[in-house]
Ligand binder design. Structure first.
Ligand SMILES: [Zn+2]
Length: 121
């Protein structure tokens, strides 16, 4: 057991509020502003795998409400910019957001990926 649990796998239900957003220094950050964070996935599923999240807690795409509009607009702006770069560099990209039982972390997050599917480390 590690002394402080920093290296232990996260087992909670909101990795973004609990770990990623408060500790961006531990991430390979691509974009960060007051409202949106984009970083290279800590355990990438694909050759290129970037995650974009709103800093303010929003549960998922299907729970977005009128009060979230500004954050979602800013999120999509960053998704577009990052996806454009990946598309340009890799020639192809896909955007994915999981819902319900497919969504491990109950905080809206958008995956941008390209390249071969990787085995989980
Ligand atoms: Zn959250």
């Amino acid at each position: 057991m590690s002394s402080d649990g920093v290296d232990a796998p996260y087992v909670g239900s909101d990795f973004y509020c609990d770990v990623a957003i408060p500790h961006t220094d531990r991430l390979d950050v691509m974009h960060e502003d007051e409202h949106v964070l984009a970083f290279h996935h800590t355990r990438p599923f694909w050759t290129v795998h970037i995650v974009v999240v709103p800093k303010r807690h929003i549960g998922s795409l299907t729970t977005v409400s009128a009060e979230d509009e500004s954050d979602v607009r800013k999120l999509l702006g960053v998704v577009q910019a990052v996806a454009r770069d990946v598309e340009f560099e890799q020639g192809a990209a896909a955007i994915l957001t999981n819902l319900g039982a497919y969504q491990d972390s109950k905080h809206l997050h958008v995956h941008i990926h390209s390249g071969e599917r990787r085995d989980q480390r």
